[in-house]
Design a protein around this ligand. Structure first.
Ligand code: ZN
Length: 398
């Protein structure tokens, strides 16, 4: 997985994976061998070696005539081959004239291959990067059976679909709210290189139409970091997540100040929302903040409470494990604990509470702070971007 994929986050991957029926074993494909080795010339023979679990460079190269130490040393400025990974490919290159290999290659990631070649008395290492041609293109996806299929049909990869889910994460839950007939229009960079499947680069503008809801997202780039805004410059991300659980877990008991308590058998207010989820499910902080409590707390069992910027606080009860310490600063979406059934609880669930100015409020119906718009100083430039790409959303072939 490359960095970009990592940045998407497990949450997005799992959430979308659940919807698409994807498995998580979806790793990057190695580039075709001819492509990777093309610069080596036609009189060479390439022998790919399968890297097994527990293989080391030493075991892989033993008996080949290459010294693992020398190869590692030569490559070190680019990559430490002591860390070869089982899902990658190591290839030995033989010349017709010699019994011993003249070079080896190792696929670093989707776009880069490391070569170590014998030149005179020395081993010389270099990294070759795929040179993509970049073109602007529009795509139109209609969700019929599944978004996964619609994406495939439009030439998208799983990672691209994950990116889409991330963009609209605050507007719509891809697991439960995406309807048949929903459409996506994209204006994106398409990267192509000889012998490779093309792939999407930057998504400049995306439009989602789902039922009677239409959302347009336009990309804004600052210091290599992309953020999506609505075309008028209002934000798409919000300070509070819809749910502390990544999966759209069922709400098993809603906020109800007059509830009859199932364990205590008395009328006791239910000052939070219960989410049914298996023990071990990841619990995230719904917003950035500071941990004000992390530990045992009577009937709440293992309990975490967080003070957010502004008037709101949230808490998370019955955890099987706590993953933060009192006083710690947390980011939005950060793992703070795991679902459990500690304290006064009838089974694994998350009891989630929210306060505003110290009084309990219903987190599911609380009007929470809205998104941050684009900085005023950037608005003019952003509008230009929007004016350029949004009209192109209509030009995708149906
Ligand atoms: Zn509860």
């Amino acid at each position: 997985m490359n960095r970009q994929f990592a940045a998407v986050g497990l949450a997005g991957l799992l959430a979308v994976g659940a919807y698409f029926g994807l498995r998580q074993t979806d790793s990057e494909p190695a580039p075709p061998l001819e492509q990777a080795l093309a610069p080596m010339g036609p009189d060479r023979v390439q022998i790919p070696l399968r890297i097994g679990k527990g293989s080391t460079l030493g075991t892989m190269l033993s008996g080949t005539g290459f010294s693992a130490n020398a190869v590692r040393e030569a490559a070190l400025e680019h990559y430490d081959l002591a860390r070869i990974r089982p899902d990658r490919e190591l290839t030995l290159v033989y010349s017709d004239a010699e019994p011993e290999p003249v070079a080896l290659s190792y696929v670093l990631d989707e776009d880069r291959t490391l070569f170590v070649e014998q030149e005179a008395d020395a081993l010389v290492a270099r990294v070759e990067e795929v040179q993509y041609e970049v073109a602007l293109d529009s795509r139109h996806l209609v969700l019929e059976s599944s978004l996964w299929q619609a994406g495939l049909d439009a030439g998208l990869r799983p990672i691209d679909l994950v990116r889409l889910a991330e963009i609209f994460e605050y507007e719509l839950d891809f697991n439960t709210e995406l309807r048949e007939g929903a459409t996506f229009d994209l204006v994106a960079e398409v990267l192509s290189a000889a012998g490779r499947k093309s792939k999407l680069g930057a998504l400049h503008a995306v439009r989602l139409v789902n039922g009677d809801k239409e959302v347009v997202a336009v990309r804004h780039l600052v210091d290599d970091e992309e953020t999506f805004y609505h075309p008028d410059g209002t934000g798409m991300t919000r300070p509070f997540l819809r749910s502390p659980l990544e999966f759209s877990a069922r709400v098993t008991s809603a906020f109800n100040p007059k509830r009859f308590h199932p364990v205590l058998k008395t009328r006791r207010p239910h000052n939070g929302t219960d989410f049914g989820a298996p023990t071990g499910t990841r619990v995230r902080s719904v917003a950035a903040g500071t941990v004000t409590y992390a530990g045992r707390n009577g009937g709440h069992g293992n309990y975490v409470k967080i003070k957010h910027e502004g008037p709101h606080e949230t808490s998370y009860s019955h955890l099987s494990k706590i993953k933060v310490k009192k006083g710690a600063t947390v980011r939005q979406g950060q793992l703070i604990g795991l679902v459990g059934t500690t304290g006064l609880s009838t089974g694994p669930h998350l009891h989630y509470q929210m306060w505003k100015n110290g009084r309990y409020v219903d987190a599911m119906n609380e009007p929470l702070p809205s998104s941050t718009p684009i900085a005023r100083s950037k608005l003019a430039a952003f509008k230009e971007t929007a004016d350029r790409y949004v009209p192109m959303l209509d030009s995708a072939p149906e």
